[in-house]
Write a protein that binds this ligand. Structure first.
Ligand code: SF4
Length: 349
């Protein structure tokens, strides 16, 4: 059992993060936010995939204003991602964004920061301080280099600006594109503040390397109890980010969502087309909500035993196979019937 760090609870629309609330899954749209219709369509798909908080880029006033129309059609809370233009933050808040991602240290005057903070206080919406290793202030880079220490310092400076204005409705992220610096930055900051932490490895890459980097980086931190919400960044459809985020959380027993599939790597004993079968089972399991463990194994000799912890499974033989529950063989079936029978039995569980 992972012992999670006790952080402050903050509310993003109808989702609470921090404290003992479940680690929330978030993603970011890659549509043009100004195109509300396309953005709504993508958010609805992401909702279906299990996204719990969505972030949209706000590059200009038109994008900020589009939030109003987007918000009317979606169920999950929306975060407006703003770089430094405080006017866009104010516009996004007016358009009912549920959270703002902006670094107060990037806003060029204290009065402007005050205005943003006041607007957030009025609407009770949090601010995420999002430190990125690529955009650290030159003074910090000169003093500490692009190091975890510089990242944590940058976050603390931004937090201090907000706290000085009596604003504590804060979440923080510290993103680097390499795993080790990201982990160390979060470890350092989590010793200093108890604000909820948004975890992510930025620019993680295309699916293969991105999934590995995210699973290692986020996995290590989550196992240490660090992290209240996660975003997996992939150069891919954001729906894939959501699926991967769930797999990471499920692998650590932090969340449950639908079945867990276990399948064997196949070996010289495999006599059926297990790779094809396992992929088909995986596609079908997406439609099932029950948090059960399903096994797809290559041989009858070892399969049911090796997967005895699975609630239900199939194991292949010579053009045939067996269906088993908790390691006990229930039925022998021809290869062509294995998938349909497995799905039928899952429905009965
Ligand atoms: Fe080989 Fe059977 Fe184990 Fe699969 S379950 S790896 S086929 S021994």
């Amino acid at each position: 059992m992972i012992k999670r760090r006790k952080t402050k609870v903050i509310k993003i629309g109808n989702v609470k993060i921090g404290g003992s609330n479940p680690v929330a899954v978030q993603s970011m749209t890659n549509t043009d936010t100004r195109d509300a219709k396309a953005t709504i369509k993508q958010i609805k798909e992401l909702e279906k995939a299990g996204c719990e908080i969505i972030r949209v880029a706000v590059p200009d006033e038109k994008a900020a204003k589009a939030i109003k129309a987007i918000k009317k059609e979606i169920k999950i809370p929306l975060v407006a991602d703003i770089h430094f233009d405080y006017k866009l933050a104010l516009e996004a808040i007016r358009a009912r964004a549920d959270k703002i991602r902006i670094n107060p240290g990037n806003i060029d005057s204290k009065d402007k920061v005050k205005e943003v903070v006041k607007a957030c206080q009025k609407k009770k919406i949090p601010i995420r301080v999002g430190v990125n290793i690529g955009s650290l202030k030159p003074e910090l880079v000169r003093k500490y280099g692009r190091t975890p220490k510089a990242m944590a310092k940058s976050a603390l400076e931004n937090i201090e600006i907000l706290e000085d204005l009596n604003f504590k409705n804060i979440a923080v992220s510290l993103k680097a594109s390499d795993v080790l610096r990201t982990i160390e930055s979060y470890r350092l900051l989590s010793k200093k503040v108890n604000y909820p932490l948004h975890l992510g490895i930025t620019e993680a890459g295309t699916p293969k390397s991105g999934i590995i980097k995210s699973a290692i980086g986020l996995g290590i931190l989550l196992e240490e109890g660090i992290g209240d919400t996660i975003r997996v960044s992939l150069t891919d459809n954001p729906e894939e980010e959501v699926k991967v985020a769930w797999e990471i959380l499920k692998a650590l027993n932090l969340r449950e969502r639908g079945p867990v599939l276990v399948s064997c790597p196949t070996c010289g004993r495999t006599e059926i087309d297990l790779i094809k079968l396992a992929n088909k089972v995986e596609q079908e399991l997406v439609k099932i909500k029950k948090p059960i463990k399903v096994a797809v194994m290559g041989c009858v000799v070892n399969g049911p035993g090796e997967a005895s912890e699975a609630d239900i499974g199939i194991a292949g033989g010579k053009r045939a196979g067996v269906l088993f529950k908790k390691g006990k063989v229930i039925k022998t079936l021809p290869e062509s019937k294995l998938l349909t029978e497995l799905l039928k039995q899952i429905k009965l569980l």
